[in-house]
Design a protein around this ligand. Structure first.
Ligand SMILES: *Cc1c(COP(=O)(O)O)cnc(C)c1O
Length: 444
């Protein structure tokens, strides 16, 4: 199969009649707890395009939430999945072993920061990787406390939900939450109370104070941060913050974990977001882009930490599923061979100046931020920093109706994030930005 035509086509209203009918059926069959950004039903997708059942070709600025960096039907991934499915779909890696899992682990051990000896543990979802990073950190240190940042997102399971910042929709009514999770302020420059310049130093001081005076450093198993916060609003920590936190953790025998599930594997213009600052975490979690669309996640890190957990103590029936591993092996090859980090930098070159031109004192766009192909606009009431979630929603709704699939995020719901597949064509990307520009201009 070839990729769908790489152009935006509006055949009907979006969503069209077929999607609308299917969506109605869906509400009668599928639990209401699953929201949807745009209720269109997909027929095929690939490159920078999603084709729906009404024949609309949408430009994809979501990549299935940063998953399909190589596109949603990369020929190498498709071939790898077919070939593996024909040989066997599953044996359970805890029962009998197979090579694709070892290959994926070897690649992650090689491409993650640091040249120390590493091990990788493979799982299925991002939340599972985070849960296991915490299990491993606790086993290694013999400590229980976990330090996370406000505005963080780490998943929807009990522990990872407890580590997540935003109440609605992730936490509200789902408690009681897991104990021994401590939150310290995220250095959010745009919203830092005493100004952006002091965010990094202040946030670092608050972390140190919380760890030393309130928890006790000798009780802390792990400090876990997203090197660019994803769901929280694409918040980029001030330069130096991550390396100071990593050094503090090292000094106190605390495992420093980078959650690179959204930002990793080329998305920000480097293989890992921590690479921009030369930070070497003890453990790194990956998922999303890893499987080229199939569910697979990983914890990669220092051999002595990873191997502190003895045989039989990590795993899962589907952990390191062979089809997902074959897909990941292919996706990782594409990311390296086609230098997708460079594509992400190119995406930033094209998009960032145009989005920045939308900011200004009388604009609803308060700030443009992010790195590489992980860029966002934060919407505020013009002339203030008061969040304007309705403006973000209007822009996203307009873009979606014009065939540009756009996601919002942010603790205040006022951020539009761009997460295109890294393989998107430059013309398509430019066209999508034009639609966003129109939408922002229509706000005024
Ligand atoms: C998406 C995400 C997760 C959770 O991954 P799932 O596969 O949805 O469980 C964890 N951390 C970060 C930073 C994420 O973006």
């Amino acid at each position: 199969m070839s990729l769908p035509a790489q152009k935006r086509i509006l055949a009907t209203a979006v969503p069209g009649p077929k999607s609308t009918k299917l969506h109605q059926q869906r509400t009668e069959e599928i639990a209401a707890g699953f929201g949807v950004t745009l209720p269109v039903f997909v027929e095929e997708a690939g490159g920078g395009i999603i084709v729906d059942v009404d024949g609309n070709h949408l430009i994809d600025l979501a990549a299935g939430i940063a998953v399909t960096s190589v596109g949603a039907s990369h020929p190498d991934v498709v071939a790898a999945v077919k070939e593996q499915a024909e040989r066997f779909t599953h044996t359970c890696f805890m029962v009998t072993e197979y090579e694709p899992a070892v290959d994926v682990a070897a690649t992650l051990n090689r491409i993650t920061p640091g040249d120390h000896e590493k091990r990788t543990a493979l799982f299925t979802t991002g939340a599972e990787a985070v849960e296991n990073a915490i299990k491993i950190s606790r086993a290694y240190t013999g400590r229980s406390a976990v330090v996370v940042l406000t505005h963080a997102y780490h998943g929807r399971t009990l522990l990872t939900m407890s580590m997540t910042g935003k109440n609605v929709p992730y936490r509200d009514g789902f408690g009681p939450y897991a104990p021994e999770v401590y939150k310290v302020p995220s250095p959010y420059p745009y919203r830092w109370i005493s100004g952006a310049e002091s965010a990094g130093d202040d946030a670092y001081d608050l972390l140190v104070e919380t760890v030393t005076s309130q928890i006790g450093a000798h009780n802390v198993a792990a400090i876990i941060v997203e090197p660019i916060q994803g769901e929280g609003g694409f918040i980029v920590p001030p330069e130096g913050y991550l390396s100071r936190v990593a050094a503090f953790a090292r000094e106190h025998g605390i495992v420093f974990v980078a959650d690179e599930i959204q930002a990793g594997l080329g998305r920000t213009g480097a293989m890992f977001a921590v690479d921009h600052e030369g930070v070497v975490p003890d453990l790194i979690t990956t998922a999303k882009a890893l499987g080229g669309g199939l569910p697979i996640s990983a914890v990669t890190g220092r051999a002595e930490i990873m191997d502190a957990v003895g045989p039989g103590r990590l795993g899962g029936t589907y952990a390191a599923n062979p089809i997902a591993c074959a897909a990941a092996r292919a996706a990782l090859q594409v990311i390296e061979r086609d230098d997708l980090p460079a594509k992400a930098r190119r995406i930033e070159e094209i998009v960032r100046p145009r989005l920045e031109a939308l900011t200004g004192d009388d604009s609803y766009v308060g700030e443009v931020r992010g790195r590489g192909a992980m860029l966002a606009m934060e919407f505020v009431e013009p002339g203030t920093t008061n969040p304007a979630p309705e403006a973000a929603k209007k822009v996203a709704d307009y873009a979606n109706s014009q065939g540009v699939l756009t996601l919002t995020c942010g603790t205040f719901g006022n951020v539009i994030r761009l997460l295109p597949p890294l393989v998107i064509g430059e013309d398509l990307l430019a066209e999508a930005v034009s639609v966003l520009e129109d939408a922002v201009e229509a706000l005024a």
